[in-house]
Design a protein around this ligand. Structure first.
Ligand code: ZN
Length: 487
């Protein structure tokens, strides 16, 4: 084993970080690191459990004077995203990471560092191994497969945990406390159609919307950018009021969690000039509406009659339903949280519109930090689908971590932070999923917070972990455990 980090403080944290960096641990390949943690606990004489999906649970008793307090769960994930530069030769199944120090940063040569979330594992190991600390009973809960879809935590065994307080160590910003996350689901609606012949003498116009900024449907939904599907619905609706046309082909977005940047629809028409005029008019309208948040919207209308032989189109009744669905379907921000300024509480994004031979499939990614509001949005989507006679289905449900008005842990953590650093921490929530959502569902009533040291450019070969921040956050964590005496 190398000892690149041997002179850094806190010594145990960096020693363990280096040790686990030598063990390949890509999501889905966690058996070795999981077994390593089990052996680590056994060597310390601690109670340890490993479940069917290789999650590890290690228990350390309370120190004297802390026996009456509820146990504290320390939580993080053992797996990492494995990305490398093209020129780097590295086998993520066999090779350990090659760590190096660059000023205040730890990096890995040409690969991701796995600071996300290896630093949580190192913190947990250091706390388990240190008998000079003061703390309530500790339960280290180290999960697998967080990065691919949280299947580790989804299959956790809550019976191995008895704690009432949980500190998640998977945040990448020192001084920021996450206290809530969104839950979500994917809602699928399907519109079946039949085909009818294209009217004699029609030409085919291709309507294109592009130039949109798009973005992530969780992290960027509050920017209120345009969604190309929704814009296309408005264009087609306007067109349908002016005259008749047939829908030949639709190409939209393909990822439910991406705000759609492009949409193309081919229409058969006897009046291509009218189509072009409407497209022009709508472009002007959209440019005005989105001048601030999406100024590069471009709409074009091309006569493509010469390029394609078109004999069939969608039946007229279904085409009308398709257009009306794009207008009726709720989309975008549905509400902001009241306890944290600027936080989106509930949103959805129509990310997928896919035409197949006899149907069009729609998928919206729904998110909310409030369980009942997610249910409400799903019910609205179902209602819209039903009213158009469309099939409806929900998949990929993941739970929220709801904001806790009366979190004693948050109070203690904030007070301690202010005392140590003479400034207020940033207490915030994210409009995306975290493992805490699953844990909240499996272990109701847990008082939770998410913290971590500064990590930058995670999930990329440029990933780096701040040494000084790691030291401060570890000191803070130890102090927080000690201060839980007043919980
Ligand atoms: Zn992570």
């Amino acid at each position: 084993m190398s000892d690149v980090l041997k002179d850094l403080q806190p010594g145990k944290v960096f020693e363990y970080f280096e040790a686990i960096s030598a063990i390949p641990r890509e999501s889905g390949n966690e058996k070795a690191i999981s077994d390593y943690l089990v052996n680590f606990a056994k060597n310390l004489g601690l109670e340890v459990h490993q479940d069917a999906v290789n999650n590890v649970y290690i228990k350390k008793p309370a120190t004297p004077g802390y026996e009456h307090l509820p146990a504290v769960i320390l939580q993080g994930h053992m797996d990492m995203v494995c990305e490398k530069n093209k020129e780097t030769v590295h086998d993520f199944e066999k090779d350990g990471l090659k760590l190096f120090i660059d000023g205040d940063w730890i990096k890995a040569e040409g690969t991701t560092l796995g600071g996300d979330d290896g630093i949580a594992v190192a913190f947990q190991m250091a706390i388990l191994a240190d008998n000079t600390l003061k703390h309530p009973a500790i339960e280290c809960f180290v999960t697998t497969d967080e990065e691919r879809g949280m299947t580790g935590v989804a299959n956790m065994c809550p019976e191995y945990l008895s704690g009432k307080i949980l500190i998640n160590i998977d945040n990448e910003k020192e001084g920021e406390f996450i206290v809530s996350c969104a839950g979500g689901a994917k809602a699928y609606s399907t519109l079946n159609f039949t085909k009818e012949p294209v009217c004699e003498g029609s030409s085919v116009s291709k309507i294109t919307i592009n130039g949109l900024k798009g973005g992530h449907s969780g992290a960027e939904i509050h920017l209120e950018r345009a969604n190309a599907h929704i814009l296309m619905g408005r264009v087609l609706k306007t067109l349908s009021k002016k005259g008749t046309f047939q829908i030949v082909k639709v190409e939209g977005g393909s990822k439910d969690n991406v705000i759609t940047r492009e949409c193309e629809v081919w229409v058969a028409t006897s009046n291509k000039e009218q189509v072009a005029t409407v497209v022009n008019e709508m472009e002007t309208i959209f440019k005005a509406e989105y001048a601030v948040q999406d100024p590069e919207i471009v709409m074009t209308c091309e006569d493509v009659t010469a390029e394609m032989t078109v004999t069939e189109a969608m039946d007229a009744a279904s085409a009308q339903k398709f257009i009306n669905y794009l207008l009726a379907v709720p989309n975008g921000v549905m509400g902001y949280a009241q306890h944290i300024k600027g936080l989106v509480e509930t949103s959805l994004n129509l990310g997928i519109v896919k035409m197949e031979d006899d149907c069009i499939r729609f998928a919206s990614a729904v998110r909310s930090s409030v369980v009942t509001r997610k249910a409400e949005i799903l019910a609205r989507l179902e209602a819209v689908a039903q009213s158009f006679g469309m099939a409806f289905e929900v998949k990929g449900d993941y739970p929220a971590w709801q904001y806790n008005e009366n979190s004693r842990l948050r109070e203690i953590a904030v007070e301690l932070f202010e005392k140590m650093y003479h400034k207020a921490p940033e207490v915030t929530a994210i409009h995306a999923g975290l493992e805490c959502g699953f844990i909240a569902e499996k272990c109701p009533g847990l008082d939770m917070i998410s913290i971590g040291p500064d990590l930058e450019k995670i999930h990329s070969p440029e990933e780096r972990l701040s040494i000084s921040s790691t030291r401060r956050v570890y000191e803070y964590l130890l102090q927080l455990l000690e201060n839980l005496a007043v919980y």
